[in-house]
Design a protein around this ligand. Structure first.
Ligand code: HEC
Length: 158
């Protein structure tokens, strides 16, 4: 029994790790499906956006997602929406992103994590709790754009 112990411990650790990666894969598959239903009309399936309608998400959020305030910003775009002129990879862009608050915290977390992983090669995964916390204090869409400026100033642009 004593000699078996390290082996059992190995199995438990392996189970915990593979469980975590199965969770991440499921969340990503759910995120892909939700993105296709709620975001593709504007941001397009490849995340490159449409000139004049929606900005590109590809390469826009990797550095942003590394900051606490950046993750808050991403969550706010989804909960509160965003409006006004922003500078993106493709130059200046003026539009309005509608709030996606009709989606659940789990759905928003899955979509945001899909956008980060797939379009930004980011290892960051957003948690549902972060969205739940912001729901009670949404920002006016123009304030979300100011938050974006503050975050980009800290990371030196996209
Ligand atoms: C009706 C069109 C539309 C839909 C649907 C839409 N967006 Fe947007 N999105 C926009 C516009 C327009 C902006 C830029 C707003 C601005 O100019 O202030 C934007 C901005 C963003 C940004 C900020 C990008 C940056 O460079 O900081 C993210 C992230 C984003 N959208 C994600 C999503 C996700 C995820 C979904 C689906 C849940 C979605 N959007 C649905 C139009 C849309």
């Amino acid at each position: 029994m004593i000699r078996m112990f390290p082996f059992i411990r190995f199995l438990l650790i392996a189970a915990a790790l593979s469980g975590a990666s199965v969770y991440a894969q499921r969340a990503n598959a759910a995120g892909a499906d939700l993105f296709a239903r709620h975001c593709v009309a504007c941001h397009q399936a490849d995340g490159e956006g449409i000139p004049g309608l929606a900005p590109p998400l590809v390469g826009a959020l990797k550095k942003v997602a590394e900051l606490d305030q950046g993750r808050t910003y991403i969550a706010h775009v989804l909960i509160s929406g965003m409006a006004g002129t922003i500078k993106t990879r493709g130059g200046k862009f003026t539009g309005a992103m509608p709030s996606q608050a009709a989606l659940s915290d789990h759905e928003l977390a899955a979509i945001a994590s899909y956008v980060l992983t797939t379009f930004n090669a980011s290892p960051v995964v957003l948690q549902p709790e972060g969205f739940a916390a912001l729901r009670s204090k949404p920002l006016p869409p123009a304030e979300v754009r100011k938050l974006r400026e503050q975050v980009l100033a800290q990371v030196g642009g996209q």
